[in-house]
Design a protein around this ligand. Structure first.
Ligand code: KG4
Ligand code: ZN
Length: 343
């Protein structure tokens, strides 16, 4: 079976082909970062327009690279939600139209399920059950994953997603968007002894998170410094370090709790923030002390991509419907509403 996957939930247009026998045949991505950088964050209307422009050329690219035609495919999978409504609609409309034209079924996929199953594309040893830490620009969740479609949320953010907190903190430091990779770079030059940020909600039981206070703490730190001085490079680096260190320690504490609560020995990390090397180091150390194993998708599949959508489409192919039935998207959609695949 060959599945075309189309991801358009936010600011990356991802397109890929997954083959059940040969694995990933091709995957390509267009990042809209340059467009949104000017505004310091994603502008939904511009995102939707850019997806509309880019999806078809990217589909042509993957078909050409894999040497297959549309008619030879078995399924078109696309991101149905959660995400930006206009961006989701742009991808869904193209995916459904292509499927209709090629006489194929189409299937809408949950973006976060795509993220958490992407790990199986690389490392088949990451078997069920496992705890998943999903950390992206829109989500921060710890999930008890017993199998495909069998998810229980152990904890989630009560306010900002962790990626969003990285992006907002970077913006207040005058750094570019997206903030995560930039903060990570600046933090390498940071002095670890200068600022001490709080570890939000770690003094309370449970696995919920809160990151908006940390962002405000960063803002207050910067404003206090600015009353007397210019915002110099060393201060930017020191705030970046303190912020990132607090985020990492908080995530590590909650992940340890989730492993203890479930008794599982496997932790899967997915979503854009999973690319952060300080987080990877902190989690690596923690799992070492509690005899657990840590799994990640391949680096380029940590952030948004079409491969995870194609793969989730393959796992759920039994639910695909004929393309002429119309479609909707689901900008807000809890993973707990999903059920195991229909076989
Ligand atoms: O999963 P993703 O690509 O898109 C969403 O579904 O949101 O995640 C994007 C988020 C952004 O907030 C970005 O700043 C963050 O992931 N991110 C990082 C790193 N790379 C991307 N955060 C921290 N460190 C990184 N290296
Ligand atoms: Zn994502």
């Amino acid at each position: 079976m060959i599945v075309l996957g189309i991801e358009t939930s936010c600011d990356d247009t991802g397109v890929a082909l997954y083959c059940s026998k040969r694995g990933l045949l091709a995957h390509t991505l267009f990042s809209q970062v340059d467009t949104h950088q000017l505004y310091g964050g994603v502008v939904p209307e511009l995102a939707a327009r850019d997806h509309t422009r880019k999806v078809i050329p990217l589909v042509d690219t993957v078909l050409c690279e894999a040497g297959v035609t549309g008619e030879q495919l078995d399924l078109v999978a696309y991101t149905r939600g959660p995400g930006l409504a206009g961006a989701l609609l742009a991808g869904a409309a193209v995916a459904r139209s292509l499927a209709y034209g090629w006489g194929l079924p189409a299937l809408g996929i949950h973006h976060m399920e795509g993220h958490l199953l992407a790990v199986l594309l690389d490392d088949k040893e990451a078997s069920f059950p496992f705890v998943a830490l999903l950390v992206s620009g829109g989500h921060t969740q710890l999930v008890d994953v017993r199998g495909v479609g069998d998810y229980r949320i152990l904890g989630k953010t009560l306010d900002d997603a962790v990626g969003e907190a990285f992006d907002k903190t970077a913006k207040m430091l005058g750094l570019e968007y997206p903030g995560g990779p930039v903060i990570e770079r600046w933090a390498r030059q940071g002095d670890s002894s200068r600022f001490k940020f709080p570890r939000p909600m770690t003094d309370r039981p449970g696995c919920d998170f809160s990151f908006s206070g940390l962002k405000t703490f960063a803002l207050n730190t910067v404003q206090a410094w600015r009353q007397e001085h210019e915002l110099d490079d060393q201060t930017i680096a020191d705030v970046a370090y303190a912020f990132q260190h607090a985020v990492v320690e908080t995530l590590v504490i909650k992940c340890r709790r989730a492993l203890e609560a479930t008794g599982y020995k496997r932790l899967v990390v997915a979503g854009g923030v999973g690319a952060n090397s300080a987080l990877r180091a902190g989690l690596g150390e923690m799992v070492g002390t509690c005899g657990a194993e840590l799994f990640y998708p391949p680096m380029e599949l940590c952030t948004d991509n079409g491969a995870m959508i194609a793969y989730a489409g393959f796992l759920r192919a039994g639910e695909a419907s004929a393309a002429e039935e119309g479609f909707d998207v689901q900008p807000r959609w809890s993973m707990e509403e999903l059920a195991p695949p229909v076989v």
